[in-house]
Design a protein around this ligand. Structure first.
Ligand SMILES: [Zn+2]
Length: 109
């Protein structure tokens, strides 16, 4: 069972209290983009074996969206943070690097 802490209200609960919202930190494209960029945005998602960044909503609590960094293999949660940021906070990245040497943050431009 995955246990998450909502960074908005501080509640720690099992995943059944939350609703998954897919991959976090997607680069959105709009009118004027080329077909390849739109296809990537619309259909292609990361499916890593390891560190992953996801959007979650505290569905049975405060109702707010947030981001979670976790390992898809071990279910380790490296941390949760605001959904109002475009990339994981340095504190979260440092925590991941400490537990997963060799891991590196990919560039989102
Ligand atoms: Zn909450």
């Amino acid at each position: 069972m995955l246990t998450l802490t909502c960074p908005c209200c501080g509640t720690t609960a099992e995943e059944t209290e939350f609703a998954p919202g897919g991959e976090a930190h997607l680069k959105r494209v709009g009118p004027g983009s080329d077909d390849a960029a739109f296809e990537e945005y619309m259909f292609l998602r990361e499916n890593p074996k390891g560190v992953h960044f996801e959007r979650w909503r505290h569905a049975y609590g405060c109702g707010k969206w947030f981001h979670a960094a976790r390992c898809t293999v071990t279910m380790d949660v490296f941390g949760t943070y605001s959904a109002q940021v475009t990339e994981p906070p340095q504190e979260i990245r440092d925590r991941i690097s400490a537990r997963r040497p060799g891991w590196s943050w990919r560039e989102f431009a």
